[in-house]
Design a protein around this ligand. Structure first.
Ligand SMILES: *Cc1c(COP(=O)(O)O)cnc(C)c1O
Length: 392
């Protein structure tokens, strides 16, 4: 099929919920994508932080194919090996105690919110159900996670939303304390706000939030849907903040491209969601879990060090171009934000780069780059050359 036919079919038969760029993608290799006509694109997006190992990764594809042939799904009424092994690895690598597997980020956050509320209900009874989240956050598209999202633009159309969320300014401990009250059960935050514009929280602030949570017996909930699985140069971003959240959600990169998510909980929270309180039909699917194991196999500590080095290289490369439309860069590892200067718009810049063979993302008012974690120096150089050609 040609790009044109794919676009027309999509517009005719798929609900128009997405503002898509005018590119059809047919296949990929490493951090390079190709349209049906064979045109190459350098990928600085990973399908929004999902394809951590890039495209056509042979051990990953083999693990998925082998598991698909062996056993695709039996439900959580029975035991299977791949999710059990993956959960063990995630716990041992993070210091958390147990995992609940789900399918997408919003769904994982729903589980995290349910866990926080039930933890408090079990211990204190009703009336302690409010979760403080941060302004400018993003937590998902379900009715509850839209409300958890600290941006008014998301609180529209779908009334009534779930009650029980208040919003505090990021990096402002006093504002967080001002939101406190007898009705609070948890604080939920992204360590690097992703959709909001690649805004890392201050380490001092995060440590203080952890201490405040411990003091008040609020659960500390980290939404690592975007920052998790090596994206920031450690397996989870919280490891660079020197904290151990009570619950951590993960999704995007966990299975290298297949739909999978989950939450990690510490010992204190291990038994909160007992039998019958939470479930999902697909969660912990053996094929997705086998894919997750293949990702973990590659994400060694040495590999994560390379992710940090690649992130540094790309950021320095962008700053060295000194482009008129770009200000400072920020971020952690291969989660990079670029300020867009006044007089330019990020959507416009993204459109021009994409037209010229470089896929990029926007976030907040700036640019956001989430390249595959395996991106090579050559691929980064090609991307930088396109930036220079198009934006200088
Ligand atoms: C992407 C994202 C979500 C939502 O994940 P879905 O898989 O789209 O439901 C939630 N939180 C954060 C931080 C995200 O980046």
């Amino acid at each position: 099929m040609t790009s044109e036919t794919i676009k027309n079919l999509t517009q005719s038969y798929i609900m128009g919920t997405y503002g898509r760029f005018p590119v059809a993608v047919d296949r990929g290799e490493g951090a390079r994508l190709y349209d049906p006509e064979g045109r190459e694109y350098i990928d600085f997006t990973s399908g929004i932080g999902v394809t951590a190992l890039g495209y056509g990764n042979a051990p990953w594809a083999e693990a998925v194919a082998e598991q698909a042939k062996k056993l695709v799904h039996v439900s959580n009424l029975f035991y299977t090996e791949p999710p059990a092994k993956l959960a063990e690895i995630l716990c041992k690598r993070t210091g958390e105690s147990c995992v609940f597997f789900a399918n997408g980020g919003g769904e994982a956050n729903e589980g995290m919110i349910k866990l926080a509320r039930k933890y408090s209900f079990d211990k204190y009874g009703q009336g302690r159900s409010t979760i403080i989240t941060l302004k400018n956050s993003f937590h998902g598209r379900t009715i509850t996670t839209l409300k958890a999202t600290g941006q008014d633009v998301f609180h529209n159309f779908f009334f009534p939303f779930t009650e029980g969320f208040r919003y505090a300014a990021a990096n402002d401990l006093e504002d967080l304390k001002a939101q406190a009250g007898g009705d609070v059960c948890a604080v939920m935050l992204e360590l690097v706000q992703g959709e909001g514009g690649v805004l890392p929280l201050d380490k001092e602030y995060v440590k203080a939030v952890e201490a405040l949570c411990a003091e008040k017996d609020w659960l500390l909930l980290a939404d690592e849907v975007q920052t998790g699985v090596g994206r920031t140069g450690s397996l989870f971003a919280f490891q660079q903040y020197d904290i151990l959240p009570d619950v951590v959600s993960f999704a995007k990169g966990i299975a290298g491209g297949l739909p999978m998510s989950g939450i990690l909980a510490n010992e204190k929270c291990r038994n909160v969601l007992g039998p019958g309180t939470h479930a999902t039909t697909f969660g912990g699917n053996p094929v997705c879990a086998a894919a997750g194991l293949a990702v973990q196999e590659i994400l060694s500590d040495e590999f994560l060090e390379e992710v940090r080095a690649r992130g540094d290289y790309l950021r320095k490369g962008i700053e060295a171009l000194d482009l008129p439309c770009f200000g400072k860069t920020r971020g952690m590892g291969l989660m990079i934000g670029i300020e867009v200067k006044e007089g330019w718009t990020n959507k416009d810049i993204a459109g021009r780069l994409i037209d010229n063979g470089l896929l990029v993302l926007t976030a907040g008012p700036g640019m956001r780059l989430l390249p595959p974690l395996v991106i090579t120096k050559e691929e980064m150089d090609k991307g930088l050359a396109i930036m220079k050609k198009v934006l200088a």
